[in-house]
Design a protein around this ligand. Sequence first.
Ligand SMILES: [Zn+2]
Length: 145
Amino acid sequence: MEKCIFCEELIPADSEECPHCDKKPFSGMYFDPEKYKIVDQLEKDGELEKAWELLHEEWMVHGDVDYYDDDMYFELLEKMHELYERNPSLIRQRVDLIKDYWRNAVYYAYVVHKNDIEEGLDIVRKANRKDLEEELIDYLDEIHR
Ligand SMILES: [Zn+2]
């Protein structure tokens, strides 16, 4: 038996659909792993923004309040971070992602955790982007208001 990630009822581990909430009950079941192959190919072809967009779309879906899949949420976040690390030209997208992530944190937990703030600010500091650092600090004020 395993817990459905949506309604947390215990159900057989091989269930395709949860008998309690009718959703696909386990992490990753709403994700098509082929997507990662498409993203890899786009990156190889230099279509960085498209590769990012695809990951970001999936991340939004998995962070949706109705389909919140913790494991996939953080896996996709990590994939986007790796894509950025290999391709620093995606800094604008990376900064927007930090904002999305913080906004979600406020939505679910009312505040952004100190570590998450530091992690976000570190990314723009490493890139030597004082302007983006200020933008993020302003954004923190805005979402905590
Ligand atoms: Zn369920």
